[in-house]
Design a protein around this ligand. Structure first.
Ligand SMILES: NC(=O)c1ccc[n+]([C@@H]2O[C@H](COP(=O)([O-])OP(=O)(O)OC[C@H]3O[C@@H](n4cnc5c(N)ncnc54)[C@H](OP(=O)(O)O)[C@@H]3O)[C@@H](O)[C@H]2O)c1
Length: 332
């Protein structure tokens, strides 16, 4: 596993991060443990979670993902020090009005609950899961500064923000003299490229780490789905999440693009999923894509992508093939 610098910080991180969002929801605990074992063995020593995972679990199962990770971390002595742990707050994690958002109250509450469930005294990266229009950014930056000084958090980041919001937050941190968001976690893949326009140039200029989610479009970019299939047992199965993912990717032109990507992958002698991840990794602004899995074997494609860089000419062909996806809708 190659390592790279986490933005402008001194932290070295692996070039792949493991997403854990399916744990305790779509994926049961024994399978989640097997996925973490396989990831760790492959060198994926950074895990991303959130206070509200599994996303389909509100409110009964919320926090189950952290608890599973916590049990994996506790299973062997010293393991906590062998992986970097990233988490997030923002989405509702309780029925009271103050149990969501990026307020001082909710940041402290969410972080303390996450540390308890994970069984650790600190997280390496604490991210706001979304921009919060209901909280002044100064309030969020000041509480982030406090939790870093208290030793509960090493670095602070953000997710699902627009470039102007991140630019403003970066400027305010400079003025206030607080910690700043050192990383951003946007959606990014061959079928969703709009952050190339404004966000990525900002990240390059400000030396912000970029750890994108959904690099395989939730499995759509593995090429395994067919328009007529019911996608049972996968992310695209019916239900709230399935409906959201179908709205994002289950379209005729996206199927046509995947077909062409699959043909290029066959020419290159790799799987479609590997090629899709190689393309994400080939963007110099990308620090560490967050890969998900519902079975440990699925990680083999991601690990192959990390081992083999994408040929420059093939990257240009993929850029061209998916050019229309540079100008999508605002992130949901
Ligand atoms: N900040 C945010 O708002 C946000 C949003 C979403 C995710 N995330 C984070 O990013 C992580 C990764 O996101 P993601 O799960 O959407 O990433 P992804 O890598 O695009 O999709 C992963 C899914 O694709 C399928 N898959 C993976 N490898 C495969 C292979 N080799 N062959 C066929 N199918 C394969 C699996 O689903 P099936 O087996 O079900 O098909 C797997 O769960 C999450 O766990 C979470 O930590 C953050």
């Amino acid at each position: 596993m190659q390592y790279t610098r986490f933005g402008r910080t001194g932290l070295q991180v692996p070039r792949l991060t493991l997403g854990t969002m399916t744990f305790g929801g779509q994926v049961d605990e024994p399978t989640a443990i097997a996925i973490m074992d396989a990831a760790f063995e492959g060198g994926i020593a950074m895990f991303d979670t959130a206070d509200m995972y599994p996303p389909s679990g509100y409110p009964e199962r919320q926090g189950a993902t952290d608890e599973i990770i916590g049990r994996w971390l506790a299973a062997s002595p010293g393991r906590r020090d062998d992986v970097l742990v990233a988490t997030k707050c923002f989405f509702p994690t309780g029925r009271r009005r103050w149990e969501s958002g990026n307020s001082r109250h909710n940041v402290i509450r969410s972080l303390d609950e996450s540390l308890r469930r994970l069984g650790t005294d600190h997280v390496d990266l604490f991210q706001v899961h979304s921009w919060d229009p209901g909280t002044p950014i100064d309030e969020t930056l000041q509480v982030m500064d406090d939790v870093v000084r208290q030793g509960k958090v090493r670095y602070v980041g953000c997710s699902n923000v627009l470039a102007y919001q991140l630019a403003r937050a970066t400027g305010r941190a400079e003025v206030l003299g607080t910690v700043r968001f050192e990383s951003v976690q946007p959606r990014y893949n061959l079928l969703f490229r709009e952050f190339e326009r404004e966000m990525f140039p900002l990240c390059a200029e400000e030396q912000l780490a970029v750890i994108p989610y959904n690099p395989l479009a939730g499995g759509f970019l593995s090429g395994k789905h067919r328009p007529e299939s019911d996608a049972s047992g996968t992310r695209f199965e019916s239900g709230d999440q399935g409906a959201r993912y179908r709205e994002r990717y289950w379209h005729e032109r996206a199927f046509a693009a995947v077909e062409q990507i699959t043909a290029l992958a066959a020419e290159a002698g790799v799987s479609t999923a590997t090629l899709a991840l190689q393309w994400v990794l080939a963007n110099p602004v990308i620090t560490s894509p967050i890969v998900g899995a519902s079975r440990p074997e699925q990680l083999a494609d991601a690990l192959a992508a990390e081992r083999t860089p994408l040929d420059r000419e093939l990257k240009a062909r993929l850029d061209e093939l998916t050019h229309e996806y540079r100008f999508g809708d605002a992130p949901r």
